[in-house]
Design a protein around this ligand. Structure first.
Ligand code: UTP
Length: 477
């Protein structure tokens, strides 16, 4: 809140004359509405971002020296298996002792998928049409049951999808979870600015064009909402964070929690082997000796294509954006202004011109500012990277079609469940294309292959596409 005059003065001092003039020309509730939005902006930060990303030199900054990250490999021998067992036990203890919170990043726009509504509402499952939110919720429920813990679930939304996301959870009765155990935190926004002049854009006469501040906004969102203090007071030490669009994600996998904890790490990564040098995944590596993420757009071709003697990629460690983050680390990062760098995104944004005309650009015309979660990695005193089997935990849904789409995720999920059934001694029929038939297993029935094998009744057979419900009942008859 604050007065219109305060807002006009602040805009004028910040060199935002167009917006100051537009505000001055409004009246009544519209004028107050826009003034309130202006007064809520951190104009000092916005000014710094404009100087850096609009007015400053935009040529590529040197990346630093990239070397391989140290990783904890998939266990291949007795020593590896014994380390993994120790990590699993440590992680299980953390879960049982109530030291872990699950954190879902769901504030993105999902523009590539082009799905109408929050991405978590996307019905990815081939038989029941189960949504991503339902899948994650079922895993949370199953993990709570397995470890007898509360496992609070925090979900980050953006101002653009917060209401819709909450409505989905309410309509679905929180997918059977206690509503008090699910907390929504809304991430912050920053104004979009004209790519040439740095002028703050308006979406309508009395609203600023605001965009979510990137997944790195989770730190500020957790701090401002009081969630970090709440976790700390509840004795929670570790946040397990994951993305909304990976139905295979192994939420709160104890091995990962355990490796992170035993190493005394502050923020850790899960990595899978990239399938090709050019795969569009962030690379976990070291930059000038410190663990960090190298965006695929920044990775020099000669490093991306470098191979070991056995032909495997030297820089193989693709990030699946699954992290452990210590609560104390997040508290430290958010003392004062968040110390994460921002990035510029050059986008097409429909907006009002200074004279009030609507401009619908055909070329990118605006700059949005975003912070990335993984930019916190170099600030961690200790960070570990655990290798995961790609087939077991990665099937992202980013695009409307082709690779990393709903279709490719369904196929990967069918293959995963097919392996689980085969391991339990159940043969899986093939569809007409020779691939496994459509399969679904509710995580509340089985979270993994071992649980499925232990729970399937003797003589269980599959004679076609099958969805197993929470009690192992066949939902499709
Ligand atoms: P992506 O980078 O895939 O972006 O987000 P997106 O917005 O979902 O999709 P596109 O790029 O528009 O197609 C990775 C994860 O980070 C979350 C997303 O919800 C997703 O789980 N995210 C992204 C946020 O929570 N906030 C943001 O501001 C951006």
């Amino acid at each position: 809140m604050g007065s219109v005059a305060t807002a006009i003065d602040a805009l004028t001092a910040a060199g935002q004359q167009d917006l100051a003039k537009a505000l001055d020309q409004l009246d009544g509730p519209s004028q107050q509405h826009l003034a309130d939005q202006v007064n809520a902006l951190d104009l000092e930060l916005v000014g710094e971002l404009i100087n850096e990303f609009v007015k400053g030199d935009q040529s590529d900054k040197p990346l630093g020296e990239v070397t391989e990250a140290e990783t904890i490999p998939l266990p291949a021998d007795d020593a590896g298996r014994s380390n993994e067992k120790a990590a699993r036990e440590a992680g299980e203890t953390l879960l049982r002792d109530g030291k872990v919170a699950a954190f879902l990043l769901a504030g993105g726009q999902g523009s590539r998928l082009g799905f109408d509504g929050p991405k978590g509402d996307y019905p990815y499952a081939p038989i029941t049409g189960r949504t991503l939110f339902a899948q994650h919720a079922a895993k949370i429920a199953a993990t709570r049951t397995r470890y007898g813990c509360d496992l609070p679930w925090y979900i980050m939304t953006s101002p653009q999808n917060d209401e819709a996301t909450k409505a989905i959870f309410t309509a679905a009765d929180h997918f059977g979870l206690d509503p008090a155990s699910v907390t929504f935190v809304v991430q912050g926004t920053l104004p979009a600015v004209d790519a040439e002049t740095g002028a703050i854009l308006r979406a309508t006469p009395d609203t600023i064009s605001l965009a979510a501040d990137g997944h790195g906004g989770l730190f500020t969102a957790l701090r401002k909402s009081g969630a970090l203090e709440e976790m700390s007071a509840a004795g929670i030490s570790t946040i397990f964070s994951f993305q909304v669009d990976n139905p295979k994600v192994r939420i709160c996998r104890p091995e990962f929690l355990g490796y992170h904890h035993l190493a005394g790490a502050e923020m850790s990564n899960t990595a899978v082997r990239k399938v090709s040098p050019g795969e569009k995944m962030g690379l976990v590596a070291k930059i000038d000796g410190t663990t960090a993420m190298v965006e695929y757009t920044d990775l020099p071709d000669e490093l991306a294509e470098m191979r070991n003697d056995d032909g495997s990629l030297t820089y193989w460690a693709g990030s699946i954006a699954v992290h452990c983050i210590d609560v104390d680390f997040a508290l430290r990062l958010t003392e004062g202004r968040l110390q994460l760098p921002f990035h510029r995104a050059h986008k097409k944004i429909t907006h009002l011109r200074a004279d009030g005309e609507v401009v619908t650009p055909t070329e990118p015309n605006a700059i949005k500012f975003e912070a990335f979660l993984f930019d916190a990695l170099p600030m961690a005193s200790v960070s570990i990277t655990m290798e995961s089997a790609r087939d077991d935990e990665f099937s992202p849904i980013k695009n409307a079609e082709g690779s990393n789409s709903g279709e490719s995720a369904r196929e990967l999920m069918n293959e995963l469940y097919s392996r689980w059934f085969e391991a339990a001694g159940v043969s899986v029929p093939a569809a007409a294309d020779g691939k496994p038939v459509n399969l679904e297993i509710d995580p509340r029935f089985a979270l993994d292959a071992d649980e499925l094998a232990a729970k399937l009744p003797a003589g269980f057979t599959l004679d076609g596409p099958t969805a197993l419900g929470p009690d192992g009942n066949k939902l499709n008859g």
